[in-house]
Design a protein around this ligand. Structure first.
Ligand code: HAM
Length: 417
C-alpha cells in the first residue's frame, strides 16, 4: 500500500459536529446581518494579484509573504483571496453599485487563504464572516458595524471579548506621523528587536505590533497617531465613541492598535478574546475611505469587519446546535423490499418530511436501533408487499397499513391505534 495522502498543513476538514456548529454561526450571522440590512455577496476564490497588492499594501505581511500567488496558462498573475474587503469593493465597482442608493451593505461567509505558520487559531485556509458598508463616510456607519459585530459575537456565545478602538486619521495625517515615528525609531534603534529595526523605515507602524518586551517598552514612549489627528478626523472619532456610549457598548481606546492591512483610514477596531491565547483577535475591521479610488473607482468611503469562523468557534462556549429532524426512518425488511422502501423515502421527502432511508441493509433489529439513535419520530418497516408497519417511536405504538397510507398518516399526526 502506498502512503496515505493527507490534507496540506494548516488546512482543516470540517466534520460532523463541527459542521453543525459552523452552520449555527452562519445562521446567526445571516439573521443578525439581514436584520441590519446587509445583503449576501460571494466573490471568486481567486482574483488578480494586483487587487491585493494595490489595496492591502505592498509592504504588508500579507502581500509580502502570505499570498498564494500563481501564474495561469494565459500568463496572468492570480492570487487566492487572502481577505474579502478588496474583492467586495471590486465587485461594488464592477457591477455599478455606486449608482444604487448609498450606502450599499454587503456580507459574506467565505474561505480565505494565507500562507502563515499554522498554529491554534491560525490556518492557511480559514473562514471569515464579513460585513462591508460602502458609500457613506458617516460615523454612524462605523458604530453600527461595531455594534452588529458585538451582537454576532454574543449570539455565538463569546462572552469575554474586549473591544479595542482607535483612529488612523487620513493618509496625509498618517504620512506626517509616519515621518515623526521613523525619526523616533531611528533615535531608539538599539532598543528595539532586529525584526523591527529591519523594517521600520518601510512600515514603522508595525513596531506597535511587536511581541518582545524591549520593543513594547520603547513603543510606550513613542508618539501616538491618535494625538496627531486633525480636527475632522478627531471629530469623527469622537462621534463614533459617542454612539457606542449611547448604546452602552464598552471599549478601550488603544493608540497602539495597528492593523496588518494598509487600506485603513480613520476608525479601526478589534474584538479580542482571552480564550484564544496568542491569536487573540476574533474579529476586526475599520474604515477604508481610499480603497475604491485605489482600484480605479470614484472617491467612495467604506467601512467593515471580518470575524474568523474558526476563532469564533474556539472562543465560544456551547453553541446550541439543533439536531436535524428525522420524521421518518424507512427500514428495509429484506433485499427485495429495497425498491418500495426507496420510493417511500423519496415520496416522503417530496411531501416535506425529514427522512432517512436504511442504506446499509442491516438486520431489522439494528435498523431500529439506528432509527432510535437518530431520534426518528416514526419508523416504517417496508417489506416487498403490503402491508407495511409504521411505528411511533415515542409511544412504541405500531400499526399495519398500506404503503400508500404511511405519508398521510404521519402528516396527519394521528394516533396509530
Ligand atoms: P484581518 O484582521 O486580517 O482583517 O482578519 C479578520 C479576522 O480573520 C481575524 O481577526 C481572524 O479572526 C481571522 N483570521 C485572519 N487570518 C486568519 C488565519 N490565518 N487563520 C484563522 N483566522 C484568521 C481582514 O481580513 C479585513 N478584510 C477585515 C475588514 C473588513 N476590514 C474592513 N472590512
Amino acid at each position: 500500500m502506498s502512503a496515505a495522502i493527507q490534507a496540506p498543513r494548516g488546512t482543516l476538514d470540517v466534520l460532523g459536529e463541527d459542521a453543525a456548529r459552523r452552520e449555527a454561526v452562519e445562521a446567526h450571522a445571516r439573521r443578525i446581518l439581514s436584520a441590519a440590512g446587509y445583503h449576501r455577496i460571494e466573490t471568486p476564490a481567486f482574483e488578480s494579484t494586483e487587487l491585493f497588492s494595490r489595496t492591502v499594501g505592498e509592504t504588508s505581511d500579507i502581500v509580502q509573504k502570505e499570498m498564494y500567488t500563481f501564474t495561469d496558462a494565459g500568463g496572468r498573475s492570480l492570487t487566492l483571496r487572502p481577505e474579502g474587503t478588496a474583492p467586495t469593493c471590486r465587485a461594488y465597482l464592477e457591477h455599478g453599485m455606486h449608482k444604487l442608493p448609498q450606502p450599499v451593505k454587503l456580507w459574506y461567509v467565505s474561505t480565505f487563504f494565507r500562507a502563515e505558520a499554522p498554529q491554534k487559531g491560525r490556518y492557511r485556509q480559514f473562514w471569515q464572516v464579513g460585513a462591508e458598508c460602502i458609500g457613506s463616510g458617516q460615523p454612524e456607519v462605523d458604530a453600527e458595524l461595531i455594534v452588529v459585530l458585538a451582537e454576532l459575537l454574543q449570539a455565538v456565545g463569546i462572552r469575554d471579548t474586549e473591544l479595542h478602538l482607535s483612529s488612523l486619521g487620513t493618509p496625509e495625517t498618517r504620512a506626517e506621523y509616519r515621518e515623526e515615528l521613523i525619526a523616533f525609531l531611528r533615535a531608539h534603534a538599539d532598543e528595539v528587536s532586529d525584526e523591527v529595526r529591519a523594517r521600520f523605515e518601510q512600515n514603522p507602524l508595525r513596531a506597535f505590533d511587536a511581541k518582545d518586551s524591549a520593543t513594547i517598552q520603547t513603543m510606550q514612549h513613542a508618539p501616538k497617531l491618535i494625538e496627531r489627528l486633525t480636527g475632522e478626523d478627531a471629530e469623527h472619532f469622537a462621534s463614533v465613541q459617542g454612539l457606542l456610549d449611547e448604546v452602552g457598548l464598552a471599549y478601550t481606546v488603544d493608540p497602539t492598535l495597528v492593523r496588518g492591512l494598509d487600506y485603513y483610514t480613520r476608525t479601526v477596531f478589534e474584538f479580542k478574546s482571552q480564550a484564544l491565547g496568542a491569536q487573540s483577535t476574533v474579529g476586526a475591521g475599520g474604515r477604508y475611505d481610499g480603497l475604491i479610488a485605489q482600484i480605479g473607482g470614484p472617491d467612495t468611503p467604506g467601512c467593515g469587519w471580518a470575524s474568523g469562523v474558526e476563532r469564533m468557534l474556539l472562543s465560544s462556549g456551547e453553541i446550541p446546535v439543533a439536531a436535524p429532524v428525522v420524521d421518518l426512518y424507512v427500514a428495509v425488511a429484506g433485499d427485495r423490499a429495497v425498491p418500495r422502501a426507496f420510493r417511500l423515502a423519496c415520496d416522503a421527502r417530496r411531501a416535506g418530511l425529514g427522512v432517512q432511508l436504511e442504506l446499509s441493509r442491516r438486520a431489522l433489529r439494528r435498523q431500529l436501533t439506528q432509527a432510535d439513535r437518530l431520534g426518528a419520530r416514526y419508523v416504517a418497516i417496508v417489506g416487498d408487499s403490503d402491508p407495511a408497519a409504521l411505528r411511533e417511536m415515542a409511544s412504541g405504538e405500531q400499526a399495519e397499513l398500506e404503503l400508500a397510507g404511511v405519508i398521510p398518516t404521519i402528516l396527519r399526526g394521528s394516533r396509530l391505534t
